[in-house]
Ligand binder design. Structure first.
Ligand code: BG6
Length: 512
């Protein structure tokens, strides 16, 4: 009987109709360009091991690192092992490692040297022949965007993107360009060699369990839908606060700033998932279409002086330790205008959301690390209580905590026991840790597995990327014309202009 070709290979355990079952990738090789970088070493390589450890990688699996270092396969494998032992989520098990290590290879060389790609070609041929990777190859470009074109051209020139002998996929990391024009350019470069369904754009927030739970919460339940609209919600606050500074990433961060780093991708995706209509199914096209509709209907306000805010952290205290300001960080020019705090108001022109501002905020060096989506409700139309009785009644809110302490909480007023009638804000909590025994996989585990399975729903499409830039470009242009961002002390909740921005609409930022 003729054997199924690689592209026809069907995983007997993978039933796309039943998402409860473990999904195991078919034979393939995963090639990491830029494998010596921080992201690869702390996140990507450990995630690959975690997949192997969970039994989700096939026996025919190759892991190829490409970088300028002069390692042998064995030396590279040793580095991977150290990274795995230091950063993997699951315990180190010799048997999983033994299985993974047989397919580990290293290719040294510069990306602009054709010889590097000759070597890569040979290595992939060898893996196909010896490890049974069957011509299925995923190329993960964990390299600065300016290198994308070089790598993609080399792959094409070396005949390594031919989809007829096994599948070929490319994985790119944000930032997807630095504005609309460059995002289109990037697309042009990548699509010279790869058809749209073979391009996987990683926004690691979409791989987080709690982000996917947003879909379960909204569309598996009846109780939330009735109030998920402008009849009840007064505004939405989406916050991604980090307590760290730029953590040694001056080269990447300066000139990019908080809005490009986080709002363009993670926060606008969270907004789209919060605001979208129910998709007909979770078939990739349907989900994307609904997200796109939100992004297409979203706009910032034309008075960006009033409805956007930015800041830059100055020195301050964090966890009892004095920390330097952004301008004192190693590698940052003393006159940098890069923002480390960014907030914008976004309005969504739809029947569901007209009149409900969405406030998106992100920053480095805030008092704590927290990402959350908070639906803030209108006040009850009538309160049959004395003013003194409700003075501690805050705003009703539904808060989806993306991280840490993943869960959902509801904030509302309750009577204080043994008082005549005093109402105080209380919180009702659902926490993942208390409700499930399973621990959450890392976002990269989920996303890398999806790439290997060719499962696209969690990867933003070019249209979403372009719509996001379309929204953000005017804000960035406006900021570029202004002088230095307003400083805020490290370890505080951000600059005054952000507080003013919300106060203007009669709201205050949550202190999560
Ligand atoms: C990345 C940003 O996308 O997300 C970083 O480039 C940020 O600046 C990081 O620190 C935060 O990710 P997480 O998963 O820790 O919230």
């Amino acid at each position: 009987m003729a054997e199924a070709s690689a592209s026809e290979w069907v995983n007997p355990l993978y039933d796309p109709g039943d998402r409860r079952l473990p999904r195991i990738a078919g034979p393939c090789a995963l090639v990491f360009f830029g494998v010596s970088g921080d992201l690869s070493r702390k996140k990507l390589l450990p995630a690959v091991y975690d997949l192997a450890n969970r039994g989700l990688l096939p026996p025919g699996f190759g892991l190829v690192g490409v970088a300028r270092r002069d390692y042998t396969d064995a030396q590279f494998a040793e580095i991977v092992r150290q990274d795995v032992q230091a950063h993997a989520r699951t315990p180190f098990r010799e048997e999983s490692w033994k299985q993974l290590v047989t397919g580990i290879r290293f290719v040294w060389g510069d990306f602009d040297d054709a010889a590097t790609f000759d070597r890569l070609h040979q290595t992939l041929d060898e893996l196909d022949a010896n490890e049974g990777t069957n011509g299925n190859h995923a190329f993960y470009l964990s390299v600065p965007p300016k290198m994308f074109e070089v790598v993609v051209d080399q792959l094409e020139n070396h005949g390594m993107v031919d989809q007829t002998k096994g599948w070929k996929r490319v994985v790119i990391e944000k930032p997807f360009g630095h504005d609309l024009a460059s995002a289109k350019d990037l697309y042009r470069i990548v699509s010279k060699a790869f058809p749209p369904e073979s391009v996987f754009r990683i926004d690691h927030y979409l791989g987080k369990e709690t982000v996917q739970n947003l879909l379960a919460l909204r569309f598996a339940n009846q109780i939330f839908e009735p109030f998920w609209n402008n009849n009840y919600v007064s505004h939405v606050q989406i916050t991604m606060a980090e307590d760290i500074g730029i953590a040694g990433r001056a080269g990447y961060y300066d000139g990019i700033g908080a809005a490009r780093d986080v709002i363009q991708n993670h926060l606008l995706q969270l907004m789209a998932l919060t605001a979208m209509e129910e998709p007909n199914s979770f078939e990739p096209r349907q989900l994307r279409m609904e997200k796109q509709k939100v992004l297409a209907a979203a706009s910032t306000l034309s008075d960006l002086d009033l409805y956007s805010a930015r800041g830059q952290y100055a020195k301050g205290w964090q966890g009892g330790v004095e920390v330097p300001g952004y301008l004192q960080e190693k590698g940052i020019p003393a006159d940098s205008h890069t923002e480390t705090f960014a907030a914008i108001r976004v309005d969504i022109g739809s029947r569901r959301w007209a009149g409900v501002p969405f406030y998106l905020r992100t920053a480095k060096r805030m008092p704590r690390r927290v990402t959350e989506i908070a639906l803030m409700f209108k006040r009850a139309p009538h309160l049959p209580f004395a003013n003194t009785e409700t003075q501690d009644l805050g705003t009703n809110a539904l808060v989806l905590r993306i991280q840490p302490d993943e869960g959902i909480s509801m904030h509302f007023g309750a009577k204080v026991p043994a008082t005549g009638m005093e109402i105080r804000q209380v919180t009702m909590d659902f926490a993942y840790v208390g409700s499930f025994t399973e621990s959450s996989p890392e976002a990269y585990e989920r996303l890398i597995l999806d790439v290997l399975l060719g499962d696209p729903p969690l990867f933003p499409q070019q249209e979403e990327v372009e719509l996001s830039w379309q929204l953000l470009d005017p804000v960035l242009q406006h900021w570029a014309e202004q002088g230095a961002p307003e400083p805020y002390a490290a370890g505080t909740w951000g600059p005054q202009n952000a507080t003013d921005m919300l106060a203007r609409d009669g709201f205050t930022w949550r202190r999560p």
